[in-house]
Design a protein around this ligand. Structure first.
Ligand code: ES4
Ligand code: ZN
Length: 329
């Protein structure tokens, strides 16, 4: 891409609305934390680990993602990981980020949930001061686990709510989608709604368009994470357009996890042209080969986006921030 175009995209004020903080853990940091914490890794070095990042589908990625996250033990580890991410996106013209984290990945290994919150929140607060990036947190439930496990996690986290009222604003749902439909989490989402959290959920990544409809109808989410398979249901597409329900699309993720075979086949531009509030996001940038700006560049090239498309995508991301941020603007 020519340097002027790259500068143009970098300078657009952009929000990232779909990133898993555990997915920002770069191989060199994985090795550094493994050494610091005395955790054994089944890879000889950073290059061997990176060479293993060849995925066939979502599950093949998740296996590595959970293994990588197993080096996170202390508050300082969560802080270091989050600071590295914020430092990185500050260079890309990202002005706002809504960060997902998966406490169950850590509490299952005996890490206190308070340490997970404390490390990430300390970095987020410091990132505001240091780089002027506003951010908040989306605590996500692992959908391959039970609804009761989600309720247990919510119960462990709620005593921390007041302390992190400025950062913890959202609830999300991630991990293996197929066979774990939104309905499975209907009651815990109803509780989170009563508690006043903003609700989002992954749907229509590998799972069918029906899961997107169910996330809207049964979970009352205000945004859909991914949602690219919505296109299979024209009535759903019309509904998403009418209600301006944002989709947080992750192009490099879709390519690496073989949701699409080639970036030129991605439906992002078609969805945008049908009036949907499409946004671009990085998902798990350390695993999928790029941060937010790289995702913009990859789709701009593969789908021949013009400047108006790029402006629209960046604006959509700012409009699709959690309402408290949009109304402050
Ligand atoms: C994820 Cl790409 C993706 N899909 C679902 N769950 C996830 N957790 C981390 N990355
Ligand atoms: Zn995701």
């Amino acid at each position: 891409m020519n340097p002027d175009r790259l500068t143009f995209i970098r300078k657009l004020p952009k929000a990232e609305l779909h990133v898993h903080i555990e997915g920002t853990l770069e191989p060199d940091l994985i090795f550094r934390l493994a050494q610091r914490n005395g955790v054994m890794l089944p890879y000889a070095d950073v290059d061997a680990l990176r060479a293993a990042y060849q995925f066939t589908n979502l599950q093949s990625f998740l296996d590595l993602y959970y293994a990588g996250a197993a080096v996170l033990m202390t508050e300082q580890d969560f802080y270091d990981m989050t600071m590295a991410y914020l430092r990185r996106i500050a260079q890309d013209g990202v002005v706002h980020t809504e960060i997902m984290f998966d406490p169950q990945t850590h509490t299952e290994r005996g890490v206190p949930i308070a340490d997970v919150f404390a490390g990430i929140a300390r970095a987020v607060r410091e990132g505001r001061e240091k780089w002027g990036i506003t951010s908040c947190l989306i605590m996500s439930f692992l959908r391959h686990l039970s609804e009761q496990a989600a309720f247990d996690t919510l119960e462990q986290a709620l005593p921390l709510r007041d302390q992190y009222a400025d950062v913890w604003l959202g609830i999300g749902l991630d991990s293996g989608e197929q066979g774990n439909p939104p309905e499975k989490f209907e009651r815990v989402y109803a509780r989170c709604r009563e508690l006043g959290f903003y609700l989002v959920a992954h749907a229509g990544e590998e799972g069918p368009a029906d899961y997107v409809s169910a996330a809207l109808d049964k979970l009352n989410v205000i945004r859909i994470d991914h949602g690219v398979r919505s296109e299979e249901d024209p009535a759903l597409v019309a509904r998403l357009a009418d209600r301006r329900i944002p989709l947080t699309v992750c192009p490099l993720s879709n390519l690496k996890l073989k949701v699409v075979n080639d970036m030129s086949e991605h439906n992002l531009k078609r969805l945008l042209d049908q009036g949907l509030c499409v946004t671009i996001n990085s998902d798990d940038p350390a695993y999928f080969g790029g941060y937010l700006l790289d995702n913009y560049v990859a789709v701009a090239k593969a789908l021949n986006l013009d400047d108006a498309d790029l402006v629209k995508l960046a604006r959509n991301s700012m409009d699709a921030r959690f309402p408290v941020f949009v109304s402050q603007a």
